[in-house]
Unconditional design. Structure first.
Length: 272
């Protein structure tokens, strides 16, 4: 009988622990969406994302965004690379306005809370996405920073919500590629924070889907914007980094592709 009760107590503890683990699981608690700006790229493109590889993430594109590059010869294009100014047109208009201001989506990440409000804004520039710093609030001295991992715990696991500023207008810097390097600006540095994004149409593997449809389940959502076309796989900076590595001057260059970002999120946050 003692052995029986001992077995029951062990089983009870196991069930309790499994329940606690379930509460800490991100699986089923969050929408993860990779949004490629432009038409779906070829498989040989560095920004190609194979939607079939992800069990719990959605991969969509915005084929109605057109990119017009600055007119110049091929040599200048190769040397200057992304420094050349591009103009963007089409839909979704919010993404077009962002691109005309900042020129590119470099794995731009947003965490949207369960109420549909942008609660965290950051970008993945290396292969350690959990410690990527982003902004979740503002203080007297400027922005308040938080890692992606901390933001996921706050807004997904704990289901906390952020302030919604209904009077805030989404504004982007005027002029292509304009940089704001001096001073702190509430509207210009993080124009999407504390807002509800306008509805946008995307094309996925199963056809058209809108942002409102994705958010309709009232779950927190991770949106990752990246360039689906209009960028070369290599530029002069990449070549110089690779050359330095081969000469033993520096460490191997970190290449953070949209596919790598989604794969990490799948393996870290959405695996069973």
């Amino acid at each position: 009988m003692k052995r029986f009760f001992k077995y029951l107590s062990v089983l009870f503890m196991a069930l309790m622990l499994s329940g606690c683990m379930a509460e800490k699981s991100y699986l089923g608690n969050v929408n993860v969406v990779g949004v490629g700006a432009g038409a779906k790229p070829a498989k040989t493109d560095v920004n190609y994302v194979d939607a079939g590889k992800y069990n719990h993430s959605i991969v969509v594109y915005t084929p109605n965004i057109a990119i017009t590059e600055q007119k110049t010869n091929d040599t200048v294009k190769y040397v200057a690379g992304d420094a050349l100014v591009k103009s963007f047109s089409g839909e979704p208009s919010m993404m077009v306005a962002y691109l005309n201001a900042y020129q590119a989506f470099k794995n731009k990440a947003l965490i949207i809370d369960k109420n549909g409000v942008v609660a965290w804004s950051g970008a993945f520039r290396g292969n350690d996405i959990e410690n990527a710093n982003g902004t979740y609030d503002y203080g007297i001295t400027g922005e308040k920073r938080m890692t992606f991992k901390e933001a996921m715990e706050k807004f997904v696991l704990n289901e906390e919500v952020t302030d919604f500023d209904k009077d805030k207008v989404i504004e982007f810097p005027q002029g292509n590629g304009e940089k704001f390097l001096s001073g702190f600006s509430y509207a210009k540095r993080h124009p999407l924070l504390f807002t509800k994004l306008p509805d946008m149409k995307f094309i996925g593997e199963k056809g058209e889907i809108t942002l409102s449809q994705i958010l309709s389940n009232k779950k927190p959502t991770v949106l990752i914007f990246y360039m689906a076309q209009g960028e070369r796989a290599r530029n002069l900076g990449d070549d110089l980094s690779q050359a330095s590595y081969l000469l033993g001057v520096s460490e191997a260059p970190v290449v953070t592709t949209p596919a790598a970002v989604l794969q990490q999120i799948e393996s870290i946050y959405l695996s069973k």
